[in-house]
Design a protein around this ligand. Sequence first.
Ligand code: SF4
Ligand code: SF4
Length: 380
Amino acid sequence: MPDIETLLPDAIKEVHAFWLAGMSCDGCSIAAVGATQPSAESLMTGNIPGVPKVNLHHPVLSVYAGAAFIKDFELAANNELDAPFVIIFEGSVADESKAKKYGGYWSGLGAREVDGESQPIATADWLARMAPHAAAVIALGTCATWGGIPAAIGNPTGAMGVADFLGDGYRSTLGLPVVNIPGCAPQGDNFTETVAAVLLFLQGIGPLPEFDELGRPAWLFGETVHRGCTRAGYYEEGVFAKEYGDKQCLVEKGCWGPVVQCNINQRGAINHMGGCMNVGAPCIGCTMPGFPDAFSPFYSTDPGTIVSSTISRTTGFMVRNLRKFSQMYLNKTNKWKKDGKVVSGWGHVRSPNKLEKAGHYFYEKMQFSNGVKPGVRKIN
Ligand code: SF4
Ligand code: SF4
């Protein structure tokens, strides 16, 4: 098979990814390096067919420090880099004018000479200078996408999301507004998969990935937590956890899953392991723009739950019992049905009573009303 250079002589060999951290706990960095599908390593070594090698400039992961580390940031900010680049922003963007009043800064990267003194460079300044030349700006995590915890009510630093900082008119050199991958912390694969998809588009061999009206990858954030939850069957049957550690639906323990857009239950936290409800935690809405204030106080039953769980309890009671009834017959072989008893050395299996037998008779009538019952010969 021909290699990528033969198929695409103009293929981009390498892109730079500049990692900037604002008001951040570094959890997004941890999530990104924990990704497995694809892994950060496979992006950085150029092991994914068609995807250019990613030259990552990360303040913690880089082997360079000081001026040697900052050099490429300066080239990118001056639009003098010899390869395309993307910006990955972790944490919210603080309003540095508030800190400047007191001669300080909120979050910085590198230093420059000011009036003969070395002064830190705010990451907000880097973002403002570099974003106009970037092929894409990716806001990673809820702080970078929507403001998150630093922008909770009170917000002494004036923290905001990247899109709020750059404005809704912002477009990258590829014509993209800010790409938003929320989560506190975000699911790592959601990030690496989106980076790979954007890079395939940049390479000209992939379609523009679909983003929703808030700039989230639509294929990752289109469904609610609840729709992919392993406990959703309990919700439907109106059975709810009373204590943490119970296996049933957590809605009465404060779970917001029915309305929150997040795929962690299906994808797991890392390498298909974990994920909030999978490990017993109610959803606190960490991917949503309203987080954290709209979901507080955490772990308490939200007012809408009383309506929905009461409806589920009522309909669930009937559904649950009808299913138990069906199960009674589905757990029988044809022989056991014919003999009228179940052969098992493991315990006594109750036989259906007259009412259940009558119910099953009518159920079977409906089941085969449009088809032929197995074992019954159809005479034309
Ligand atoms: S635990 Fe939450 S997400 Fe899961 S079924 Fe219950 S309400 Fe839905
Ligand atoms: S399930 Fe809820 S709390 Fe858990 S990651 Fe998703 S949005 Fe956040």
